[in-house]
Design a protein around this ligand. Sequence first.
Ligand SMILES: [Fe+2]
Ligand SMILES: [Fe+2]
Length: 272
Amino acid sequence: MLKLVIMSDLHIVPPGAVSNTLDTAARLEQAVARVNARHADADLCILAGDLADLGEAVAYERMRGLIAPLAPPVRLMLGNHDNRPVFLDIMGDGHSDENGFVQGVADIKGHRVIMLDSTEPGVVAGVLCQARLDWLAARLAEAADRPVIVVLHHHVAPLSLPVDAIGLRDPAALVAVLKTHPDIRAVIAGHVHLTTSAVWHGLPFVTLAGGHYSVGLKLPGDASEQALLEGPGQLAVVLADSDGCVVHFDNFIDRHLEIARENFRFSRRPDA
Ligand SMILES: [Fe+2]
Ligand SMILES: [Fe+2]
């Protein structure tokens, strides 16, 4: 049985700082403790982007220290809050592929796990340029008939939520490439700070709430303000074998107090 841990949206800030009232470093410490207590047997732990809230070098250095105790092997991915050159400067060029994107594959227990870089400098929404779509097509072709699990930061299936304005641009292009493979078991994203499950064009998509604040529902026609909440702090645990794939959600923080709107600012990198 393949076991993956997916963490997302760490939003680490410099020492002494908080993000939207929350101590994201303390939350990451709780996530790491949960993984080591209950999921130390995972084959791989993937951190699916928005690692640093504003992409500063000191935040990546802080994150590196916080994740060092993780028992499983770790792979790092980027989100729209990250800064690719700063990340690579701190963490090393070994995290990027031949085109400079922070993406790669892991072949484990009969599965291919594909980690896809959906970030674009200066853009909050997700972008997969032709080079990345071509890279994905080649990695899928290599997988032949092995089951594939895809992880990327930005959500793909429209959720009918305000966050769709900053989802993946041109999701149909990604779907067209994914459809070239016969056995996509799951497409897993963070970014939306909310747990969702969808089937879109016949493919299975999930998002995890991740480590930072979470948001309530605001569906079309709902005039109320969207809730901004402290929790949960949530990671995903994927179990997969030849028959199928299950995505569990493990709340390492189960506290859902509302954050006063005046204390909340949607943070954004100055250059994004
Ligand atoms: Fe995020
Ligand atoms: Fe994001």
